[in-house]
Ligand binder design. Structure first.
Ligand code: GDP
Ligand code: IMO
Ligand code: MG
Length: 419
């Protein structure tokens, strides 16, 4: 079978973790293909809440195999903490989780470099998650990285060479650090990684494709954070788009099947960078409060605004989205009128095409639709949808030219309506 890809169409935190968990019963393998512990994927079921960072969100559904693919960057210390938290809550992982030997390791000094680069940028900082993502991918591309598979051969030599280079880089910044403490946790993390099967994941995945197994690839971050197509330079350092699943797993483009594009009924962003529909008023505050929009990794308040169809159409195009999934519809229950940005006005020119840059004066042009002001959180089927909500769905489907197949009306696994 082909590999289905689920990915974010906005600036991350669309609700990918929740939906991967919901879809997992229909799959044999769930894989992560890029990003690292900058991700925070939240799942809620049976009164429990879990936040996953490097481990795929298929881990809770029976004996499915979960794979951390070659495109992921893995921090051993954070990975160990994640494993221990899951095992303590009754979810043993060693048989269900495998790790690609080609995934790159986030070294303790990558985290320090991330922090040093950010402080040096001052006002222009990206607002990264501080997890060492940028420096690790930089080392991968400049061919200085250390990979999970290196744990098995000449590890110390490779580690020490990289650390020496990083210390020289850090010396250029006025930056104090305590490497010994970080290293202690890090090497305990390496011991934890050794308990898992380290695999040539591209072979495992392609064998599974041949054996007609069903595979789901779980994206991290979102299209507007993609290093090529996002709001550069305020992006992450990987390809978060569908093509990232090909390089991050070793899957040929012709073996990609469904592309699930996931978006919130409004829009959020954490960290710096442009956000044309951002709201600075009580409407934005209400979205943040009702949507509980605080980062699952950093706890930072998320910036909130209306849904941006110019950006969403672009994301649908870049990813070849075949099915849309709309999250957090319930957060819109509170509003008398719903707005959706259908064009940008830039220097008095109106455009529906996502431009080279959205920095500077980009004025959103809004369509207005009547709100429904009915509590949707207990609804179980689309027959219960209020007329205004149906009209909102139709409007979005016409604009985006892709069907909305899943509607989420609350954080719990059960609050999911398939259409
Ligand atoms: P991800 O990074 O894409 O997996 O998303 P996050 O987990 O970072 O953020 C999504 C947040 O919204 C989490 O706190 C989820 O529990 C929550 N959530 C997901 N779907 C819904 C929904 O339909 N309604 C509400 N109110 N919350 C939701
Ligand atoms: P999930 O998978 C939201 C943002 C950071 C920052 C920028 C670069 O949970 O949707 P990085 O640490 O990657 O170098 O930070 O990207 N960012 C995210 N925002 N959700 C995420 O992941 C994010 N991962 C990174 O806030 O603006
Ligand atoms: Mg998240």
């Amino acid at each position: 079978m082909k590999v289905d890809v689920l990915l974010g169409l906005q600036w991350g935190d669309e609700g990918k973790g929740k939906v991967v968990d919901v879809l997992t019963p229909g799959y044999d393998l769930v894989t992560r293909f890029q990003g690292g512990p900058n991700a925070g994927h939240t799942l809620e079921f049976e009164g429990q809440k879990y936040v996953l960072r490097s481990i795929p969100s298929g881990i809770f559904q029976g004996d499915k195999i979960n794979i951390i693919g070659n495109g992921v960057v893995l921090d051993p210390a954070l990975f160990k903490a994640e494993v221990e938290a899951l095992e303590a809550s009754g979810h043993p992982l060693t048989k269900r989780l495998k790790i690609s030997k080609k995934a790159h390791l986030i070294l303790p000094t990558h985290r320090l470099l991330d922090q040093a680069y950010e402080s040096a940028k001052g006002e222009g900082k990206i607002g990264t998650t501080g997890k060492g993502i940028g420096p690790t991918y930089t080392d991968k591309v400049s061919r200085n990285g250390v990979r999970v598979g290196d744990i098995l051969h000449n590890f110390e030599e490779k580690y020490n060479t990289a650390i020496k280079r990083h210390k020289e880089l850090l010396a250029q910044y006025n930056f104090e650090y305590d490497l010994a403490t970080l290293e202690k946790d890090w090497f305990e993390g390496i011991a934890c990684i050794r308990k898992f099967e380290l695999i040539d994941s591209e072979h495992v995945i392609n064998d599974a494709i041949k054996a007609e197994k069903k595979i789901l690839a779980e994206g991290a971050q979102g299209t507007m954070l993609d290093v090529d197509f996002g709001s550069y330079p305020f992006v992450t350092s990987s390809n978060t788009i569908c093509a990232g699943a090909c390089t991050g797993l070793g899957v040929a483009p012709r073996n990609i099947g469904e592309v699930y594009g996931i978006f919130k009924a409004y829009c959020t962003r954490v960290g710096s960078g442009p956000f044309p529909t951002e709201l600075f008023d009580e409407t934005g505050d209400l979205m943040r409060k009702n949507g509980n929009e605080f980062g699952s990794v950093t706890g930072r308040p998320r910036r909130c605004g209306w849904v941006d169809l110019v950006a969403l159409k672009y994301a649908v195009m870049i990813n070849g989205v075949t099915q849309l999934i709309m999250m957090k519809s319930d957060v819109m229950d509170a509003f008398e009128t719903i707005r959706a940005c259908v064009a940008y006005k830039i220097n008095d020119v109106i455009t529906e095409e996502f431009p080279y840059s959205i920095e500077g004066e980009v004025e959103p042009v809004y369509a207005e639709l009547p709100g429904w002001q009915i509590d949707m959180t207990k609804m179980q089927s689309e027959d219960e949808f209020p007329e205004e909500f149906k009209a909102y769905l139709n409007f979005l489907e016409e604009e985006l030219e892709v069907p909305i197949k899943i509607v989420s009306v609350g954080p719990d696994r059960a609050q999911t309506i398939l259409r």
